[in-house]
Design a protein around this ligand. Sequence first.
Ligand code: SAM
Ligand code: MG
Length: 214
Amino acid sequence: TQSTRPQRLLSAVQKNATRGDPCSVVRAIDDFCRHKEWAMNVGDEKGCILDSVVSEMNPAAVLELGTYCGYSTVRIARLLPPDAKFITLEFNPGFAAIARQVIAWAGLEEKVQLVEGASGDWIPKIKEQFGIKTFDLVFLDHWKDRYLPDTKLMEECGLLRKGSVLLADNVICPGTPDYLEYIRSSPKYESRYFKSHLEYTKVEDGLEKSIFLG
Ligand code: SAM
Ligand code: MG
């Protein structure tokens, strides 16, 4: 067929999820990716860990690096307080266009600011452009070699405060060795691994939760 995987994922949402019901959107995507076509969403198993970190923190300002089709965006946005600021960054315009429709189907477009462009370009401009002081929570799930440089960039730009949480996906598979080594050995962070599995598989993967100590 001519359609792309993200387009087929969107069609599955439109067919199987209820408009305005984020949980049904999450379920429709998990069902499509588990039984039809694998896709690089954080997925249901690690998604539960993500949910508990978000719920526990009740963050007022959240940054997501890597939107793809908006799966984790919907998971996060559905748990945020009404006045929270939530920015998600995606540099692939085709993925961003699908994500906008997935987010809208979930009825969450008011709670999410999807910004198109590369993290390295946007991070230095975020404070000014979006009136953000610091982020309470950052979900890192873009290309794995960008976790470390973007973390250092967020530090330099003053986007982290004492107690800000970095939650990084795929630290084992595909893996982010330079990031893990930095975040676990730096006295600026208190870091913990949450063991799980790569989305829709039995392969080990996990999330690293790192608290910025200032
Ligand atoms: N967080 C999504 C989820 O769980 O549903 C999955 C994100 S996917 C693993 C990674 C995405 O990051 C891709 O869509 C890719 O285009 C995007 N990306 C990679 N590097 C980026 C960068 N430097 N800036 C912005 N987006 C980036
Ligand atoms: Mg991931």
